[in-house]
Design a protein around this ligand. Structure first.
Ligand code: DLZ
Length: 162
């Protein structure tokens, strides 16, 4: 009887990322939160084998600029994927809605136009505490999740290209 390779079948397992190179574009708005997301993403990429020299980090002023920052990374470097990190907190004006719509659509468009994954690591919260809870707090660190996601998508692309 054939034995199944359980680790290959396990949807939770994370592929080896030692031969991969990633870009991270991070927004400077709500910097305490986005730096925590960045820290989580970098630690997780390294944990799965990505060399520090193969993690290219670029800053942009706000989440609205994440799309173009990610496009610059894809155009000017040879990357397996790009993580976009930001934090948009609801204010008293409709600004929140416009920024969230723009960055969501922008990142979706990049995924369809380039042949590498662009990961949405943007917190969209009602207040600062909800953001803290998701940037290393009681709900984990969404930067970690974004890193796992980019590794999985880059591995999927490599598998399909063979
Ligand atoms: C202007 C603005 C506001 C009000 N709020 C946020 C926010 O919560 N998170 C964020 O990342 N950026 C915010 N920005 C800045 C915009 O993303 C953008 O940088 C400016 O509108 C300039 O294009």
């Amino acid at each position: 009887m054939a034995t199944a390779n359980l680790s290959a079948c396990n949807p939770k397992s994370v592929p080896d990322a030692s031969e991969m190179k990633f870009g991270i574009v991070v927004s400077d708005w709500n910097l305490d939160i986005t730096m925590a997301l960045l820290d989580g993403a970098v630690k997780t990429l390294k944990k799965h084998g990505t060399a520090e020299g193969n993690i290219v980090v670029k800053h942009v002023p706000g989440s609205f600029e994440l799309t173009l920052g990610a496009q610059f990374l894809a155009e000017y470097d040879d990357l397996d994927g790009v993580i976009c990190l930001g934090c948009v907190i609801q204010g008293e004006t409709p600004h929140f809605t416009y920024i969230c719509q723009s960055v969501t659509q922008g990142i979706t468009q990049l995924n369809l136009e380039y042949n590498i994954p662009f990961i949405f690591g943007v917190l969209t919260t009602e207040n600062h505490q909800q953001a803290i809870d998701r940037a290393g707090g009681k709900h984990g660190n969404k930067g970690d999740e974004a890193a796992v996601t980019v590794i999985k998508m880059a591995a999927l692309q490599r598998e399909m290209e063979k």
